[in-house]
Design a protein around this ligand. Structure first.
Ligand code: OSB
Ligand code: MG
Length: 375
């Protein structure tokens, strides 16, 4: 397939409720929708996931734009592509910038599936008609607030509660939740807020029967995580530390984690996500699909990926309405009793609602084979 034109739509969407992590509070999400058209007029969509500032990883919305515009889009427009698996190969000469690469690769996958008139999840080899999902809950001002929020999501039927923690908002808060919800699947996500000096606090969490603790230590560490895991019964799940199959292999070999959160953007695309998934399946390591407060297109890619068999724990892909007044896809992603029904339409399985998208768009850039530099 030959890619004729790539359009970048820069979006700003306001979150319904601010989302607080150990690094700060999000009120809105800025990102690019990637629209990719082939020589037959078929269109695929992707979504960039980097945030406006580089707190989660070094990438930002601006660096995504720079990399796509100056390096990655010209590489895609240059020669035809037979299969989306070739995209990461083609981008190999460019170091890291995984979220920029992944945004484009996602559009290639959608385009490829649509050309073949098949749902993306089937093209990926997924085998689930429905997927189980949990929810990620931001840091709350008090235990009372947290209990109230958790109760709402338990009633909605989400399959597990992930609660953001940081020093000073951890053991006591989670203990209250455990007391009121003895049978709910609970986990914590620290987004790298601790060091080994906090080991006593982290060990106390073992009392609470958590499914796992996500990324307690530094984003670029797998050594201290291995030391910590050897002293905890709670499984460690790595998020920020895993950018590739090689990272996953090393972390598993060292014993740095027992579970991996796969985020398509963080690992550079669906092809790399599948490789990590397959390796974890061989090694008996559970995986689940993380989230980056995506709008509908990114959410749809996550749903397709989650249909692979080793995604055997509930992910963070919640309903569109948890984040947005109005999502950019039609229908929106809906969750009933903690389950998403996987769409059977070609490609990502949801239509992009152009009216909504254009109403929230702040910039549009077009690149074509004849004009690989934006008009
Ligand atoms: O660490 O998984 C994370 C949100 C923003 C950045 C990082 C993370 C998160 C979440 C929410 O936990 C995931 C979601 O609901 O999309
Ligand atoms: Mg995380």
């Amino acid at each position: 397939m030959s890619i004729r034109e790539v359009t970048l739509h820069r979006m700003v969407m306001t979150l319904k409720n601010p989302f607080a992590t150990s690094f700060g509070t999000f009120k809105e999400k800025e990102f690019y929708v990637i629209e990719m058209e082939d020589d037959t007029g078929c269109i695929g969509f992707g979504e960039s996931v980097a945030f406006s500032s580089p707190w989660y990883s070094e990438e930002t919305v601006e660096t995504n734009k720079h990399m796509m515009e100056k390096f990655l889009i010209p590489l895609l427009l240059q020669d035809p592509i037979q299969h989306p698996n070739e995209v990461s190969e083609r981008f190999k000469s460019i170091r890291r910038n995984n979220m920029a690469k992944s945004a484009l690769e996602g559009a290639v996958w959608d385009l490829y599936a649509k050309r073949n008139n098949s749902p993306l999840y089937q093209v990926l080899g997924g085998n689930k008609q429905q997927i189980d999902v949990g929810i990620s809950i931001g840091i709350q001002p008090s235990a009372k607030d947290l209990l109230h929020v958790v109760e709402g999501f338990v009633i909605e039927g989400y399959k597990r509660m992930k609660i953001k923690i940081k020093p000073g908002s951890d053991y006591q808060m989670l203990k209250e939740v455990r007391k009121h919800f003895p049978d709910t699947l609970l986990m914590a996500d620290a987004n790298s807020a601790y060091t080994l000096q906090d080991i006593e606090t982290l060990k106390k969490l073992d009392e609470l029967g958590l499914m796992m603790i996500e990324q307690p230590l530094e984003h670029d560490d797998i050594i201290d995580h291995a030391k910590l895991q050897s002293q905890l019964t709670t499984p460690i799940c790595l998020d920020e530390s895993i950018h590739s199959l090689e990272d996953a292999r090393k972390a598993i070999e060292l014993g740095s984690c027992k579970i991996i959160n796969i985020k398509i953007g963080r690992v550079g695309g669906i092809t790399e996500s599948k490789k990590i998934h397959d390796y974890c399946a061989e090694q008996g390591i559970s995986v689940w699909c993380g989230g980056m407060l995506e709008a509908g297109i990114g959410r749809a890619h996550n749903i397709a990926l989650t249909t692979l068999p080793q995604f055997n724990l509930p992910g963070d892909t919640a309903a569109s309405s948890r984040y947005w007044e109005k999502d950019i896809i039609d229908p929106e992603v809906s969750v009933y009793n903690g389950v998403i029904h996987v769409p059977n339409k070609p490609g990502i399985g949801y239509e992009v609602d152009r009216k909504v998208m254009e109403s929230l768009r702040v910039e549009k850039l077009v690149f074509s084979q004849t004009n690989p530099v934006s008009q």
